[in-house]
Design a protein around this ligand. Structure first.
Ligand code: SAM
Length: 235
C-alpha cells in the first residue's frame, strides 16, 4: 500500500513515519508513505496556497489549482483507490473504517489548513471525507497521521504475533482486556492469579469476560452491537 499525503506544512509529519512500527512497515516494503509539499504545485510566485473567501468573512481558503495539479500528477503515475480529504465534518474514523481502508490499496490524503479547501475540491476531486473526531484542529496533518497509523498497523505482516491487531480494542466489538507483565507482585499489588496458572483455555475465557465487563462499564454503546456473551451480532 502506498499513501501519499498532500500538505501545506509537510515538516509537521517529518518524524511520524520514521519511527517504530510505521518505520518497520516501510522497511519491510509493506507500506510506503510519501509526504508532499503542496507548494510544489503552486504557480504563485510566492508559492501561496490560500486566498480570500468570496463573499468576505474571516480566514483564508486553500485554492483548488495546486490541489488539482497535485492529485492529477499523482493519479497519472499510479492507481489510487481513494482520495481522502481529512475534515471535521467527514465520516468519523473508527476501527471498522480503518479495517476497510487497510484492504483497498493506494490512497491520497489531503490535509486542509486555514478555513479549509475551496468547496469545488470536495465536490470534484475527493472520493471520501474522514474526521478523527468532533473537534477542530489547525490542520489535517495529525488526522492524516492518525488515519495512516490506524491503517498501516493492520496490513498483514506489519505487527508480529505478540502485538496482533486482532486483540486490540474494537476489533471484536469489545474494548481490550487488561494486560500485566513482570513482576508478578509489585509492592503488594499482585497480578490476577489466573494469568500465572498456565491454563490457556481458562486464561482466554477470563480475558474475554474482562473485555465484556470493561466494555459494559466504559463503552456500553458497543455492547448494543454484541450479544450478552460479547459475541458480535451485526458486524
Ligand atoms: N473551517 C473548518 C470547519 O469549521 O469545519 C475547519 C478547518 S480546520 C481549522 C483546518 C483543517 O484541519 C481542515 O481543513 C482539515 O483538513 C483539518 N482538520 C481539523 N480538524 C479535523 C478533524 N477533527 N478531523 C479531520 N481533519 C481535521
Amino acid at each position: 500500500m502506498r499513501i501519499d499525503i498532500l500538505s501545506a506544512v509537510p515538516r509537521l509529519l517529518d518524524s511520524w513515519f520514521k519511527e517504530s512500527i510505521l518505520q518497520r512497515a516501510q522497511q519491510k516494503g509493506l507500506a510506503e508513505v510519501v509526504v508532499h509539499d503542496l507548494r510544489d504545485w503552486s504557480t504563485d510566485k510566492h508559492r501561496r496556497l490560500d486566498d480570500y473567501p468570496f463573499g468576505g468573512g474571516a480566514g483564508m481558503v486553500m485554492t483548488i489549482e495546486p490541489i488539482h495539479r497535485a492529485i492529477a500528477e499523482l493519479r497519472s503515475q499510479r492507481d489510487y483507490a481513494e482520495v481522502i480529504y481529512l475534515s471535521p465534518d467527514g465520516v468519523q474514523l473508527d476501527q471498522g473504517l480503518a479495517n476497510q481502508l487497510s484492504t483497498i490499496g493506494n490512497m491520497i490524503l489531503l490535509c486542509g489548513h486555514y478555513k479549509g479547501v475551496d468547496e469545488r475540491v470536495r465536490e470534484h476531486l475527493i472520493t471520501r471525507e474522514v474526521s478523527i473526531g468532533d473537534y477542530v484542529l489547525s490542520g489535517g496533518e495529525l488526522p492524516a497521521a492518525v488515519l495512516s497509523d490506524a491503517v498501516i498497523r493492520l496490513l498483514p505482516g506489519v505487527l508480529g504475533d505478540e502485538t496482533s491487531a486482532l486483540s486490540d480494542s474494537f476489533q471484536d466489538g469489545l474494548v481490550a482486556p487488561p494486560d500485566y507483565t513482570r513482576p508478578a507482585d509489585y509492592q503488594g499489588w499482585p497480578v490476577p492469579e489466573i494469568l500465572l496458572s498456565g491454563h490457556q483455555a481458562r486464561i482466554d475465557e477470563w480475558r474475554h469476560q474482562q473485555a465484556v465487563e470493561r466494555t459494559r462499564q466504559r463503552r456500553p454503546d458497543l455492547l448494543k452491537r454484541t450479544d450478552r456473551d460479547g459475541d458480535v451480532q451485526d458486524r
